[in-house]
Design a protein. Structure first.
Length: 164
């Protein structure tokens, strides 16, 4: 069985996305729909994974944020379940967070899609290597107009500016 290898940068993005999403969820969960959605979008954009991974990252960020709220309410503030209204509050709390976790997951999908389109429209990066068939060709991006030129060009093929 081959497990996917995750490099340190990817792991760091996942952890940072999870922590940021959890904190944003904890702060904004009381905003109906928008708060959890924003927490998921932040987690998905930071991690820059596919939509499936974005959903799980957003949802797990929501779960962690809900656990922080539960800790705050039931441990720090010592909320007791000794009356009908306290049980009703617990029921509403669970339902609210269940729906919010789903919205955080949807936000994670949207954030990961947004991170993917960001790479589509950013154009070629300076010094990038692009494969074309069997041969590999290094392209240099013109600092003036952004056109990709073969490495051996001294001048830009589009605007004529000198390429460093």
């Amino acid at each position: 069985m081959n497990l996917p290898v995750m490099n340190l940068k990817s792991l760091g993005r996942n952890v940072l996305g999870f922590l940021a999403g959890s904190l944003i969820y904890f702060i904004l969960v009381l905003l109906p729909f928008a708060g959890p959605l924003l927490s998921g979008i932040a987690a998905g954009r930071i991690a820059k994974k596919g939509p499936g991974a974005g959903f799980f990252l957003g949802a797990f960020s929501g779960i962690a944020g809900a656990c922080l709220w539960a800790y705050l309410l039931f441990i720090v503030l010592d909320l007791r379940l000794d009356s009908f209204f306290s049980w009703l509050f617990l029921f509403i709390f669970v339902l609210w967070n269940a729906a919010s976790i789903i919205f955080a997951g949807i936000g994670g999908v949207l954030g990961s899609i947004a991170a993917g389109t960001e790479r589509l429209f950013s154009g070629p990066s300076p010094g990038a290597v692009y494969e074309s068939g069997e041969s590999v060709m290094t392209l240099v991006v013109c600092p003036d107009c952004g056109t990709a030129n073969p490495e051996e060009n001294i001048m830009c093929s589009s605007c004529g500016a000198k390429i460093d």
